[in-house]
Each structure stands twice: as C-alpha cells, then as structure tokens.
Write a protein that binds this ligand. Structure first.
Ligand code: NAP
Length: 252
C-alpha cells in the first residue's frame, strides 16, 4: 500500500512544513486538500498542482472542520490520511501569559488536532484503513523557556496521539506524532524576529541560540518531515503506532 490514490487532508498546508507535506504526498500519487485560515497560500499551492485543492478553514472551529472535510470528500473522495499540522507558537515569559494566551495555544495546537481526527474518523473506519499524523514538536517531548503554553499544548497533542493509537489499534488506522526540532519555516522566522525584538540580539545571534539545541547544529528542512509522513503512510509502517518520533538531529 502506498499513498497513490488516497485522499490526504493537510491542515496548515499552504506554508512551511504543511506545504512540503502536501507536495510530497501529491508527488507520491495522492490527492491532497490543504487548509488554513488564509486563502492566498492555499490558492498558490493549489495553482501549482492539479491534485491539490485548497479549502479555507479554522481548525479550532469543529463545525468548520466538519464542513471542510465534507467539501473535500465531494472533490477527492473520503480522506484516509489526516495530517494535523496547523499550529502556532506564542512566546512570552510565564509570568506574563494570560489564561486567554494559554487557551489560544491549546485551541490551535491541541483542539485543532482533535477536531480534524474526530470529524475524519468515520471515513477511515468505513475504509478500514487510515493514517492520522500530528505534526507536534520537540516541544511535545521536552521543555523550552518562554513558550510554556506551546509546550503544554504540544505535550497534550502527543498524549492525544498515544491514547487514540490504543483505542484504534484494531481498526487498520495508525496514529502517530512527528516531533521536529527547529525547522526552517515562517514560524521559525517569526521566532527569530521575536528574539531579535525582545533581546536586541542580531539575526545571526538569534539563529545561533536556536540552532544550538540541535546537536547537528542546523535547522531541520521541511522536506525531512514530509519524508517521514510518506513513510508513516506506507504499508511497511503499519506496525508503527502511538509513537512520537523525534526529527531533531539528536536533540532529546
Ligand atoms: N518551524 C519549527 O521550528 C517547528 C518545529 C516543531 C514543530 N513545528 C510545528 O510544525 C507545524 C507547522 O508549522 P510551520 O513551522 O510550518 O509554520 P507555519 O508556516 O507558520 O505553518 C503554520 C500553519 O498553520 C496554519 N494555521 C495556524 N493557525 C490555524 C488555524 N487556527 N486554523 C487553520 N490553520 C491554522 C497557518 O495558516 P493560516 O495562518 O493561514 O491559518 C500555517 O499555514 C506547526 O504545528 C508547528 O508547531 C514547527
């Protein structure tokens, strides 16, 4: 079994890691729906690939996610690969985080995963095959300073992955999380700009501080995460279930 002929939905698929995943899946023969709140990045990637369609959707809204999956199924058939990649990382010292800030991190990084997987489960159950993949983070496996809401939400996404993998283990559906270290995307660019603005450091110093977490001393490329998605979708990975897989150059 490969991804050829399958319909994959990738949230946050217009930019960064999600766009790399969408391109890799379509390159391997899947049809792909990409979602995100802004139409422009979705239109751009869809315009470049016949087998990619964009549907704007806020993953924090369960009704919008259900409607997006229905519209996606009308175009490409029921989705059997659900990549919950949409996420955001706000940075503030713990003492300054409001309950609203924490909720916002949980909404996009945890509830967004929950909404996609719960709305998409009936189609996978019907098919008797499915791949649920969360793009979590090394922040789902360890702590970092000044991003406690993000770290808490990504740990929760890993917890959801582990629990659901047990519940669905006899259904033909696997559930796994990918945990990248710092990856070269617009999200990382915003983190670098925040460090520069809040500490007065130069771009080079800010990049050096982040890259120091990776023993290979480099940022991860989005394509490396996309390759892991293809592998998780392969028949050879059918026994890989409930894992939180670090893609981090050896960062632990
Ligand atoms: N870059 C890193 O260093 C790194 C490391 C580890 C994990 N990750 C994770 O990788 C994933 C992808 O991030 P990225 O690095 O590729 O950054 P990115 O380019 O900013 O991607 C985030 C995507 O999520 C979408 N999104 C955000 N909030 C959303 C919402 N409420 N509803 C729907 N879509 C939403 C964004 O689109 P709209 O703004 O148009 O909604 C955007 O396309 C995230 O889960 C992130 O936490 C990133």
């Amino acid at each position: 079994m490969s991804v050829a002929g399958h319909h994959a939905v990738v949230t946050g698929g217009g930019t960064g890691v999600g766009a790399a995943i969408a391109r890799a899946l379509v390159g391997a023969g899947a049809r792909v729906t990409v979602t995100g709140r802004r139409a422009a990045p979705l239109d751009e990637i869809a315009a470049a690939h016949d087998e990619i369609a964009g549907i704007p959707c806020d993953v924090t809204d369960p009704d919008a996610v259900a409607a997006m999956l229905e519209a996606a199924a009308r175009r490409f058939g029921p989705a059997t690969i659900l990549v919950a990649n949409a996420g955001a990382a706000d940075s503030k010292p713990f003492a300054k985080i409001t309950a609203g800030d924490l909720r916002a991190m949980m909404e996009v990084n945890l509830t967004g995963v929950f909404n996609l997987w719960q709305a998409g489960l009936p189609a996978m159950t019907e098919a008797g095959w499915g791949r649920m993949i969360a793009v979590a983070s090394m922040a789902g496996l360890r702590g970092y300073p000044y991003v406690s809401g993000y770290v808490a939400a990504k740990h929760a996404a890993v917890g959801l992955t582990r629990a659901l993998s047990q519940e669905l283990a006899r259904t033909g559906i696997t559930v796994n999380a990918l945990c990248p270290g710092f990856t070269d995307t617009p999200l990382l660019e915003r983190s670098i700009e925040t460090i520069m603005a809040t500490t007065g450091r130069s771009r080079g110093e800010a990049e050096k501080a982040l890259v120091a977490d990776n023993p290979q001393r480099r940022f991860i490329a989005p394509d490396e995460i996309a390759e892991a998605v293809l592998w998780l979708c392969s028949d050879g990975a059918r026994s890989v279930n409930g894992q939180a897989i670090a893609i981090s150059g050896g960062e632990t």
